[in-house]
Design a protein around this ligand. Sequence first.
Ligand code: NDP
Length: 486
Amino acid sequence: MAATDTPRTRITWDYAPAPESADHVRLRDTYGLFIGGAFVDPRDGQRVPSINPATEEPVAEVTFGGEADVAAAVAAARAAQPRWASLPGRERAKYLFRVARLIQERARELAIVESLDGGKPIRESRDVDIPLAAAHFFHYAGWADKLRHGIGGRDFSPYGVVGQVVPWNFPLLMAAWKLAPALACGNTAVLKPAETTPLTALLLAEICQEAEVPEGVVNIVPGDGATGAALVRSDIDKVAFTGSTAVGKDIQAALAGRGMGLTLELGGKSANVIFEDAAIDQAVEGIVQGIFFNQGHVCCAGSRLLIQESVADEVTAKLWDRMRLLRVGDPLDKNTDVGAINSAEQLERIEALVQAGVDEGAVRRSVACELPERGWWFAPTIFTEVAPAHRIAVEEIFGPVVSVLTFRTQAEAIEKANNSRYGLAAGIWTDKGSKAFEVARALKAGVIWQNTYNKFDPTAAFGGYKESGFGREGGAAGLRPYLRVS
Ligand code: NDP
C-alpha cells in the first residue's frame, strides 16, 4: 500500500467477531432462466458460477441468457401483458403487496445472499437494501389503483413490455425500483440482473411464483453485457437502465428513432459540501456515510468532498480519525463497515484511478487495516491537495475513495460543485437554513440532501441531470416513465 498510517491494531479495544450464520440459506445448486413463470433451461445461453467476492468461491450456478432466451422472455412478457393491464389496479396491487410481504418474510435469507453474492456488509443488506426493496413494492402497490392521481389527472396507458437492466451495487433494491412501478402501471417486464450479482433477483423470481404473480408478468434473464445489449435491442416498448454512463450512451444510440420509452440512471461524481458553520462532528459522520457506504459502490456517493477552507484542516483530521475506525472485512460479520469490492474488474478500475491520483500529484492516505488474503478489497482512502482537473476529481471511482477540494465562498462552492459532467446528487452541511436552500437551488443535481447523506425513501424521486441520465424513479414521479401520458 502506498501511503498508510499507524496500524489500527494499536487501538486497545476491539470487537469480537459477530458473523451472521448462513446455515439456513438454501440456495439451489443451479438456477435456470425465469421465463413465463417457471425456471427453464437455456436455449442458447450458458451456465456459469456466481462468485462470492469475499472468498472468490462459487455461491451457486446460474444461467446467462443468449439472444434466443431473451426473445423467449420478451414473447412471454408480450403474451401476458394485455391481461395484466386489463386487471383493475387493486388486483395488480394485490400481487405487489404479496411480493412485498414475502420479501419481508424472507428478509434474513435475502440479506445473507445479497452479502454473499455482492460483498456488501450484512448490516447494510439487512437494514437498507432488503427493507427498502419491500418498501418499494408496498409503495407502488398503493399507487396501482390511483395512477390517474399520480400523473395529474391525465389519460394514460402502459408502455407494454419493458426491458430493465440493473447493476451490481444494489441488486435486489434496483430490481424493486424497476419492477414495482412498471408492474403497478400495467406493464410486464424482462429484467436482466448484473453479471456478478444475479442471485437475489432469482430469489425474487421464486417470490413471484409464491405470490402467484401471473405467468409471464415478470421474467428474469441473468447475463452479461451481451445479454443486456440483446434485451435493449429486442422487441420491447421501453428500456429502463441503471449503470455506467458509457453503456447508457450506447443504449440511447441503439434506441434512436425507435419511438420507445427510455429512462437512464447513470453515474455521478456528487459533491458533498461542508460549510464552516456546519455541525462538524455530524458532518464527518455524513461524509463517512456518503462515501464508505457500500464500499463507495454508489452512483450518488459523495465522492467529491468540498470543504470550506477555514475548517478544512479540522474536518480532514476528524475524518481521518473516523476512517481509521472503519472495520474492513468479512461482509457477513455484523460489525463490518466496509465489505468486499464487487469484482476483480472493479478493483482494477479503483486501483487505476487511485494511481492516477498519485501520479497527478494529489496526496493519498489509505487506512492501514489488515485485508483478507483472498477476495477483492480496498482500504478506505482519502486524497487531499486535489485539483479540480485531476482525474480523481472528475471521474467516477465507484470505490471507498474520497477526493477533498476546498473553497472560500458560497459562490465558489456552488461553482465547484457544479463543475462536473454529472448531476446526480449533492450534500449540503450548514447550520443556516436559508443558506442551505439558496445553495440547493443553485446546484444542478437531481437529489440534494441537507445535513444528511445517502438517505433513500420510496416516496422520494431519484434521478439525475446531465450525464447522470434522465427520468425519475420513486414516488409519484416514478410512475410517469412507465406510462404513455396523453
Ligand atoms: P455497466 O454499465 O456495464 O453495468 C450495468 C448493467 O448493464 C449490467 O447489468 C451490465 O451487465 C449491463 N450492460 C453492460 N453492457 C451492456 C450493453 N452494451 N447493453 C446493455 N446492458 C449492458 O457497469 P460496469 O459493471 O461495467 O461498471 C463500470 C463503471 O460503471 C463502474 O466503475 C461505475 O463507475 C459505473 N457504474 C455505475 C452504476 C450506477 O449505479 N450509476 C452502477 C454500476 C456501475 P454486466 O453485469 O454483464 O456488465
